[in-house]
Design a protein around this ligand. Sequence first.
Ligand SMILES: [Zn+2]
Ligand SMILES: [Zn+2]
Length: 182
Amino acid sequence: MSRVHSHPDRRSPLILEVHELGRGAGACQRIDTTVPAPADMGIEVIGVPQDSDIELDLLLQSVSEGVLASGTATVQLHGQCARCLDSIEDEESFDVQELFFYPGNEMDDDESLVVDETIDLEVALRDAVVLELPFTPLCREDCLGLCPECGFNLNEDPEHGHGEKIDPRWSKLADLTGDTPN
Ligand SMILES: [Zn+2]
Ligand SMILES: [Zn+2]
């Protein structure tokens, strides 16, 4: 009998049934699904917005100690560039690998367990993503940052400087008019 996850109100979408996998070592089950991101998945400067789509592409394998889940999670990242403070919108894939032990087979108290024929991916997913997030995220690797004098975003005009006393906005206009071919 197969049960569909039709009760998101009662169960986290990150809890997967492994009942059908059975306990025969070597059995496999492919998980290819999209789930809403849990809350607080990130660090101060960058993270995954709650309820944004997480694409899971996982292989569940029955092993003698439990169920091995491995594959990738593709998440939406929202953050702020550490140099220019511009917002960062990105999509990134993270490797997920977690062994869920059958109760009694775990080595440690904090190991993940198979509970009632289900596995809860939340902790593994959180670790896979959050531990890999950059503490100083950049909008792009060669981000030029802000002008230390006036805070102007140097990515918008790398030539920006305070040598001449012209408002950068005017100097841009000057560039434009100077562009007309002779
Ligand atoms: Zn930047
Ligand atoms: Zn400046």
